[in-house]
Design a protein around this ligand. Sequence first.
Ligand SMILES: C[S@@+](CC[C@H](N)C(=O)[O-])C[C@H]1O[C@@H](n2cnc3c(N)ncnc32)[C@H](O)[C@@H]1O
Length: 278
Amino acid sequence: MISLQVLFQEYSKKLQSIYSKQEAESLVFWLFEEFLGKKRMDILKNDTLEKIPSDLSLAIEKLVEGMPIQYIFGKAPFYGREFEVSPAVLIPRNETEELVHLIIKENPIEGLRILDIGTGSGCIPITLDLEMNAPVLFGIDISEEALEIAQRNALLLQSKIEFSQLDILKDDLSFKDMDIIVSNPPYVRHSEKELMHTNVLAHEPHLALFVYDDDPLLFYRIISQKAKISLKPGGKLYFEINEALGIEIINLLNDEGYKEVKLLTDLNNRDRFIAAVF
Ligand SMILES: C[S@@+](CC[C@H](N)C(=O)[O-])C[C@H]1O[C@@H](n2cnc3c(N)ncnc32)[C@H](O)[C@@H]1O
């Protein structure tokens, strides 16, 4: 018989090679719940196991190699729902939930037409579709693999989104009469790599994360220019941004002729979002 407490100690010690003690313990709690159906209470009561399931041992090996737990489970939470994820898509972040919340709160009107640029797992348009008042949603991404995941998420969560493949840097935007364009584009500068955890660097798609240091505003500039063809007059643009580039993006949007440009902070008081009106 294997003691859950002994196994818990063994696994959290292993994971402390790359995680803090607190992070390692939370990961083991999460694994036990997922693979063994055991909760904290069961560990406290020191339940026993006859044998360790092979998928649990494999998950520990992958975690020690730095794979994010969401990729191991193939799912990640976002705004109260579970989204399928794979290494082809960015793991949805808490800040992006805040961006989505802002859009929902500021736009109660029925039937809005909304485009998400760089949709990844589809977490933004699917959540907006399910939380807003009968909107019409479109999502684009350069990555076919990401779009397949986004389509599956829409199907699983019973949301209707029109997804299409498009390279925003090269292709024209043929969407018209949009009320809202939202984007969480790649915004991490290569020079910021050393500040990132190895599990993000080694496992999340670089296509979703990085932009070159010599032009960190590339996506914001192109999107704000192309959005003008797709937005209705009075339509809104929402961006998630690199907290270090707030002022530059405000200036860019003012130069492009947008009005009411505002910089917003996340729950940690960091400059993370920009909203503007066309
Ligand atoms: C930071 S991720 C955001 C993913 C998702 N919207 C989210 O918030 O979790 C950026 C996304 O932009 C996509 N992307 C990168 N370059 C692109 C391009 N040139 N045209 C369209 N999409 C692009 C990536 O594939 C990735 O899915």
